[in-house]
Write a protein that binds this ligand. Sequence first.
Ligand SMILES: Cc1cc2nc3c(=O)[nH]c(=O)nc-3n(C[C@H](O)[C@H](O)[C@H](O)COP(=O)(O)OP(=O)(O)OC[C@H]3O[C@@H](n4cnc5c(N)ncnc54)[C@H](O)[C@@H]3O)c2cc1C
Length: 412
Amino acid sequence: MSRILDVDCCVAGGGPAGVMAGLLFARAGCSTLVLEKHGDFLRDFRGDTVHPSTLEVMHELGLLDSFLQRPHDRLSTLSGIFGGQRLDITDFSSLNARCKFIAFMPQWHFLDFLTEKAGTLPTFSIEMRAQVTDLVEDGTGRICGVEATTPEGPLTVRSKLVIGADGRHSLARNKARLKVKDIGAPIDVLWFRIPREQTGGDEPLANTGKGHVLITINRGDYFQCAYVIPKGATERVKAAGIEAFRDTVTHTAPRLSPHISSLKSFDEISPLTVTIDRLEQWSRPGLVMIGDAAHAMSPIGGIGINLAVQDAVAAANLLSGPLAEGTLADSDLDKVQKRRMWPTKATQFAQVEAQNNIIAPLINDPQRLPAPPLPLRIVAKVPWLQRRLAALIGLGVRPEHVTSPQKYAMQT
Ligand SMILES: Cc1cc2nc3c(=O)[nH]c(=O)nc-3n(C[C@H](O)[C@H](O)[C@H](O)COP(=O)(O)OP(=O)(O)OC[C@H]3O[C@@H](n4cnc5c(N)ncnc54)[C@H](O)[C@@H]3O)c2cc1C
């Protein structure tokens, strides 16, 4: 027997976009159900960066103080080592924002926090291990719900609005036959962690050697490392063996040497296929797409989570009030794309430029000790450009503020 649930808003996918959208629509008074296919949020290397723009949203929701009480690390400056020479690229102290730093918090803690707060709203519910398998259409082709599998058996959700927030391999966008524009990315990334001595020192984020780029994020007692490789080179790196990989890492960032032996095999390394794409059309009657499901981002700048949150805020600002009042029209759904396409395009353009002009030349020349790339040298010398870069990374293009209605108050 299939269970049937009726809600105002059904969200497919419980990532940053889906959970934030669920919270905001429920807060506005819409009965909201989030369906997440996994049993928990515990997935490593899913992106841990909570940028000043998202922290601003937390403040506007009254959640910032309790959020910052959860364990996290802070990054206030961006710097890199190029051919042995340190370059300070930018810092966030100039930001016109409450929090002038990027908070690093494992994504599952971030999502646990949001679902815990959303769970104090009478209109919010989330089902874990609920995998959306299809969209439901009425006789006119309007999407009016989803089908899902759950541990209790099949589930049909009938809803006035479906939000597709099921990530970059989105089933919702495939089932809705929405066209994807592939922008392309010349790189992939290998993620791993190496223990770290707690020196308290100011650590450079980017490390470069002959043909190598390694990002090292200080996470207290360990470094979260991202080794950048040419597209599709994962198998080639693996074939060279773990010993060769460890040598490359320590040549590129010698300060990782004391604990490199902790990296025992490629099982401890997570490959990320970098994708940059976006939908040409983000909605269909009854359905709107947000987050990675609408636009997969490169990890450059660590802005994927934050863009997903911004989409959720914009969707709630534009749609949750009319949905709660019963006045939402299908023609309104297009407003989300109108609002968010420009920031998406501008951010993806900046990522493509950084990929092609800074990163690709560094990883494609194994002979030459890298000099600081020209665009970064210029930025490092011009304070105005530094402030612009800090704002672009920290706050993004067209930052969103919470203006959606608050029918119910959350426990903060
Ligand atoms: C390895 C890696 C490292 C990254 N590093 C960073 C970083 O440092 N900083 C950063 O900001 N971004 C990073 N990103 C990108 C970031 O994780 C994403 O941009 C962000 O999570 C997008 O949020 P989202 O909610 O749109 O999608 P997702 O986080 O992908 O969430 C989608 C959710 O939908 C669920 N789902 C999928 N299909 C279904 C279905 N059929 N039914 C129900 N549920 C479903 C998934 O389980 C998932 O929980 C990284 C991504 C990867 C893969």
